[in-house]
Design a binder for this molecule. Structure first.
Ligand code: NAD
Ligand code: 6OD
Length: 498
């Protein structure tokens, strides 16, 4: 039986199953929920909703794997296995691509350049990191003159619960599963209820390359009162790594407090873009265009607040308008498609409520502001127009709250300090993108913005060895490169009296 429904055929008969202890299993309760395509609302298939029994079985399977053959592998053997996982994802590239595109509706061009290649790369990079990061050693003097030697061992945290969002499903899930497994942990993954497919498909890959059963488990369901809550509350979970909304992070942190479990949180943002008059104008328009509209604005690092130096403000607004209007909505496989739909009708209602609020708060709608007219079955999809506003007060909810849609507000500024103050005036602290050709200014401003990631003359340019995460309400901790090892392992100091 295939673990993932394909987008064609008798969808109602197809089930996306949980993956527990190396097997695809339906929940004992028989409960399922629908997985619908955001492009046209068609039923992709039914997803088996894990209950407490399945979550418990997954956690136990993970624990048993740690005590079994997985726990006995050395770093080189584990790394070799993770390379095989990456190679198998690449071999089945088209299966992953179809599954991701069916669940999200994102353009094939985007998923084939970002989501799936990064899904594979996340295994290779951390397989390399674990092999190359040393631990520390200290010699110390002792009163008897013989001394002592201290050295640190890195040991896995144990069973890691991985809770994922829907915007970059495979990429963000493997961004956590890759390092967790490289460090020798076992995982239980709870993908978003909106995008269950690629995490499930990865179970087939794990079996194919011989990852021992129980090392990688997937349970499907929702948050409160469902698999998400059952997993984060489960006493057998040693650490929780989560990507999603800040308020969900708060709920998970409360669950993790029981048993003082470690958390790593990658949360929401309300990121600023700052465009100085001395920028490379075309590059800035292109970069801010990507930051505001890529993935239909559903990227945590995206820019919803744009501050542009007064001298180029009007020209910039018109250029970004032209760029937004040039993005044609359409089917993922259509080469002319520039923008996909939002993930769901529910999310579209949320984004549209901000579109309404913007007008109520006095915005000038430069472009967009509504729903595009789509032909045929696409009418049933969750399409939305890329939207640009000007003229809002900084106090508007549209400026203060994360919308997670293809939209941005553009405001002029006069001076560098003013731009920095505006960018920092938010409870979030995830990312910023700065556009300037003045090198001294680039360094100066980057140092003053209170975020985890600051891009200069670029956006979403990722070196996976670098620290990734947010400050303020955008997260707790950093992942990436050696920083991932800090979360996914415990350092044990061994002190030997000589
Ligand atoms: P979400 O918080 O609604 O859901 C994320 C996951 O948490 C889902 O799997 C959901 O089922 C689960 N969940 C919900 N409530 C839960 C609970 N009480 N206990 C346990 N699990 C629970 O987020 P989303 O809507 O899927 O994703 C969009 C959000 O994610 C945006 O806020 C975005 O900024 C954020 N995000 C952040 C990053 C980052 O790296 N900082 C990356 C991507 C997305
Ligand atoms: O590139 C990454 O590693 C990463 N975590 C990206 C997050 C994107 C948020 O939507």
């Amino acid at each position: 039986m295939s673990s993932v429904p394909r987008p064609t055929g008798d969808a109602a008969a197809l089930r996306t199953l949980n993956f527990i202890n190396g097997e695809f299993v339906a929940a004992r309760s028989g409960k399922t929920f629908e997985n619908r395509a955001p492009t046209d609302g068609r039923l992709i298939g039914l997803v088996s909703e894990a209950g407490e029994a399945e979550v418990d079985a997954a956690v136990r399977a993970a624990r048993a794997a740690l005590a079994g053959p997985w726990g006995g592998l050395d770093i080189a053997q584990r790394s070799e296995m993770l390379y095989a996982v990456a190679d198998e994802i690449n071999r089945r590239f088209d299966d992953f691509l179809q599954a991701e595109v069916a669940d999200t509706g994102k353009p094939l061009s985007l998923a084939s350049h970002i989501d799936i290649p990064r899904g594979a790369a996340n295994f290779k990079i951390f397989a390399d990191v674990v092999k190359n990061v040393p631990t520390e050693a200290f010699q110390m003097a002792t009163p008897d003159g013989k001394g002592a030697l201290n050295y640190a061992l890195r040991v896995p945290k144990g069973v890691v619960g991985v809770i994922c969002p829907w915007n970059l499903p495979l990429l963000l899930m493997t961004w956590k599963v890759g390092p967790a497994l490289a460090c020798g942990n076992a995982v239980v993954v709870k993908p978003s209820e909106e995008t269950p497919s690629t995490a499930t498909l990865l179970g087939e890959v794990m079996n194919k390359v011989g990852v021992p059963k129980g090392v990688y488990n997937v349970v499907h369901g929702f948050g409160p009162g469902s698999a998400g809550e059952f997993l984060t509350r489960h006493a057998g979970v040693d650490a929780i790594t989560f990507t999603g909304e800040t308020r969900t992070g708060t709920a998970i942190m409360k669950a993790a407090a029981e048993g003082t479990r470690a958390v790593s949180f990658e949360l929401g943002g309300k990121n600023a873009g700052i465009v100085f008059a001395d920028c490379d104008f075309d590059a800035a328009v292109e970069g801010i265009g990507r930051a505001a509209f890529a993935n239909c604005g559903q990227v945590c690092l995206g820019t919803e607040r744009v501050y542009v130096e007064l001298a180029i403000f009007e020209r910039f607004v018109q250029a970004l308008k032209a760029r937004a209007e040039g993005m044609k909505p359409g089917r993922p496989e259509d080469k002319a498609t520039g923008i996909g739909p939002l993930i769901s009708q529910e999310h579209r209602n949320k984004v549209l409520s901000y579109y309404k609020k913007a007008v109520a708060d006095g915005a000038t709608v430069v472009t967009g502001g509504g729903v595009p007219d789509m032909p045929g079955e696409l009418k049933n999809g969750s399409w939305i127009q890329p939207t640009i506003w000007t003229g809002l007060p900084e106090s508007s909810a549209v400026i203060r709250e994360e919308i997670f849609g293809p939209c941005c507000h553009i405001r002029p500024f006069d001076a560098e300090d003013e731009a920095v103050a505006l960018a920092n005036d938010t409870p979030y602290g995830l990312a910023t993108t700065i556009w300037t050709t003045n090198l001294a200014r680039a360094h100066r401003v980057a140092a003053k913005i209170d975020v985890g990631i600051c891009w200069v003359n670029s956006w979403f340019l990722r070196d996976l060895r670098t620290p990734f995460g947010g400050s303020k309400e955008s997260g707790i901790g950093r992942e990436g490169g050696v920083h991932s090892l800090e979360f996914y392992t415990e350092l044990r100091n061994v002190c030997i009296k000589l």
